[in-house]
Design a protein around this ligand. Structure first.
Ligand SMILES: [Zn+2]
Length: 149
């Protein structure tokens, strides 16, 4: 029967496989909407990390070329100094940009336990943890818990 096959197929498509397994944080099961929100954040985190890594690679290559040019036209030690200084600056910038991005992504998420927002303000100097800043309970699922690990 072709109709039955189609019905079965559409049923299969409609059932989302990652949210089918329950995600339990601190003894509380996440709703499908909470799961979807956490998965979206995780995807955006991965994307952001890939972009920053690409910038790091491209930036280091450009710095190397620039330092090589300096070492040819000025002196070798000047080229090396330029490279080390600018590379350190690039690392620091990307570190802060990454922290900013990680916190920014969590702005719309709320704790599954106390419903408070997971971010009170953006911290530039550290990455967000997996626990709620208000009640201290586990609030963010890991990739493995979301079935993506
Ligand atoms: Zn909480």
């Amino acid at each position: 029967m072709p109709c039955d096959t189609i019905c079965l197929m559409s049923k299969k498509i409609r059932t989302p496989s990652p949210t089918a397994r329950s995600v339990i944080l601190g003894g509380k099961e996440l709703t499908a909407a909470q799961c979807a929100a956490q998965q979206a954040v995780r995807r955006a985190r991965t994307q952001g990390a890939q972009i920053l890594l690409a910038i790091l690679g491209g930036g280091l290559a450009l710095l190397f070329l620039f330092s090589f040019w300096v070492s040819r036209n000025a002196s070798g030690s000047a080229g090396l100094t330029f490279f080390l200084l600018l590379a350190a600056l690039l690392f620091a910038l990307l570190y802060f940009a990454n922290n900013f991005w990680q916190w920014r992504l969590l702005l719309d998420l709320h704790c599954p336990h106390c419903e408070a927002p997971l971010v009170d303000r953006i911290h530039w100097t550290r990455r967000p943890g997996y626990h709620c800043p208000h009640c201290g309970q586990e609030a963010l699922a890991t990739a493995r818990q979301l079935g993506e690990g």
